[in-house]
Design a protein around this ligand. Structure first.
Ligand SMILES: Cc1cc2nc3c(=O)[nH]c(=O)nc-3n(C[C@H](O)[C@H](O)[C@H](O)COP(=O)(O)OP(=O)(O)OC[C@H]3O[C@@H](n4cnc5c(N)ncnc54)[C@H](O)[C@@H]3O)c2cc1C
Length: 452
């Protein structure tokens, strides 16, 4: 089986690794860096900088833990270096792992030349043609830039220019209050920037449980973040003092820098899809079935390009499923991916994570549920650590006790939610959580209590 993967992000790399393990002859074509946008611009740099911000904010609370006042200074140069080193290290270890499995990695730009042919343009060399029995399109997405904004990489930035930032902005105006926007607000306010967030709806994180969004808004306000609620940005003017962001209701927000976080667009242009007959939807995504097959059976799409949940974690599992399907394993042991059961996290302070059915969603569907909630303030570990902001909420079926979902706001929410994710995936009941013998003192005890 000759399997060609176009795009070496989480979807492509996981597919390549699984297919190689199952005996395929695999080539990965990556035009930039092994690890993809996830490694170079998105997940890794953002979380690395958030880790630094977390230490700063922990130091600011040092007196709570019996220490004298600590006032850490952010060293932007050292921070940038650390982020780059992390990316390099991850890219090197992924490359080494794939090569040790026999995967060939080609640094170049690929496009389809027909249903079974991929052309690779390598800078300074003659184009190479690869024959393929199966192809995976995993080229990801890039930041959406509105027509009214001119990105200059200095004062008006997109998400790929802000990690690491050229300077720590004196006053950053963040446009867009989805997951990416609020993480940037958190990160920059932690390292000393004044921040204003432009929120086009009536709450930050419009897709999330209102109680969860309210907890984050409260934290933002407590640390001096200004929220410009119900305003849609329509233009940005630059001046010698910085930027002025114009909103549709007439408000103008002044700052030193503006950062645009209004989502992403799929990287489907220039891929030669028409030569193989692969169709796109109106948004430019490549629609796929539950095996991640496009309308052409041996051509697959996974990750952000497939228009499903744009998460690195989901992309990697899709990649794994694609490899199993390519190698014919699905006939024996396939289980469809259930995107409704994907856990996701927002690395703010407090951290936010959820999985499965949310309370507000159940209410909107008119579905009967049982919701139990335990505040972090009732948990010994949270009190010991001097940070008892947040809560754990478990959603279950009142008739059967089966866990349907949950939300966590508070320290280590992104780790803890995996326990609920496992319960949701395995159809465990609340009693299974409540009677698990967790460690004491541990934050996980709040989960067991919420399940009682
Ligand atoms: C700021 C930010 C933070 C995020 N943080 C998280 C997080 O914490 N957790 C999480 O799960 N998700 C996070 N995401 C989402 C996550 O980054 C994406 O869902 C994930 O990167 C998608 O993976 P992918 O494999 O589809 O593509 P990508 O990671 O985008 O990789 C695609 C690769 O394809 C290459 N490519 C494109 N075209 C070609 C071509 N023609 N030839 C060869 N190569 C090509 C690109 O160079 C790129 O390397 C974040 C997103 C953003 C914007």
């Amino acid at each position: 089986m000759r399997f060609v993967v176009i795009g070496g992000g989480p979807a492509g790399l996981r597919a390549a690794s699984t297919a190689a393990r199952l005996g395929a002859e695999v080539v990965v074509v990556e035009r930039d860096v092994v690890g993809g946008a996830a490694n170079l611009w998105d997940c890794i740099p953002s979380k690395a900088m958030i880790a630094t911000g977390a230490l700063v904010s922990r130091a600011q609370r040092a007196e709570l833990l019996g220490l004298g006042p600590l006032t850490p200074q952010v060293d932007l140069k050292a921070l940038s270096l650390r982020v780059r080193e992390l990316e390099d290290r991850l890219a090197a270890s992924m490359t080494q792992q794939l090569e040790s499995q026999g995967v060939r990695i080609v640094n170049g730009s690929a496009r389809l030349r027909g249903p079974h042919s991929v052309e690779v343009a390598v800078p300074g060399e003659r184009a190479e043609t690869l024959d393929a029995d199966a192809v995976l399109l995993s080229t990801g997405s890039s930041p959406r830039i509105p027509a009214w904004a001119e990105i200059d990489g200095e004062c008006v930035l997109n998400t790929r220019q802000a990690y690491p930032p050229p300077v720590i902005p004196e006053h950053l105006v963040v446009i867009g209050s989805g997951v990416t926007g609020v993480e940037f607000v958190h990160m920059f306010s932690s390292v000393g920037s004044a921040v204003t967030l432009i929120v086009s709806r009536q709450q930050v994180l419009p897709a999330k449980d209102p109680e969860v969004a309210a907890a984050l808004e409260a934290d933002f306000l407590a640390r001096g973040v200004r929220l410009c609620i119900g305003a849609r940005a329509v233009g940005i003017d630059r001046s010698k003092d910085g930027v002025a962001v114009r909103c549709d209701d007439g408000r103008v927000v002044h700052g030193s820098h503006a950062l645009i976080c209004i989502g992403s667009v799929p990287c489907s242009e220039g891929l030669g899809l028409e030569s193989a007959g692969v169709t796109l939807n109106a948004g430019g995504y490549v629609p796929v079935n539950h095996h991640c097959q496009t309308n052409i059976a041996h051509i697959y799409a996974a990750g952000d390009l497939s228009g499903r949940l744009p998460l690195a974690s989901v992309a990697a599992v899709q990649g794994h499923k694609v490899a199993e399907h390519v190698m014919g394993l699905h006939t024996r042991q396939h289980r469809h991916l259930d995107y409704d059961k994907a856990a996701s996290a927002i690395f703010t302070e407090p951290e936010i994570a959820d999985v499965g059915l949310a309370e507000a969603e159940a209410f909107a569907l008119g579905r009967k549920i049982r919701v139990t909630k335990v505040p972090y303030a009732a948990n010994a570990r949270a009190l010991i650590d001097g940070d008892s902001r947040g809560f754990v909420k478990v959603v279950s079926d009142p008739a059967t006790g089966v866990v349907l979902g949950g939300s966590i706001v508070g320290k280590h929410a992104a780790e803890l939610v995996s326990i609920i994710a496992l319960a949701v995936t395995a159809n465990l009941r609340v009693i299974d959580l409540a009677e698990s013998l967790f460690v004491h003192p541990a934050l996980a005890e709040a989960l067991a209590e919420a399940a009682e």
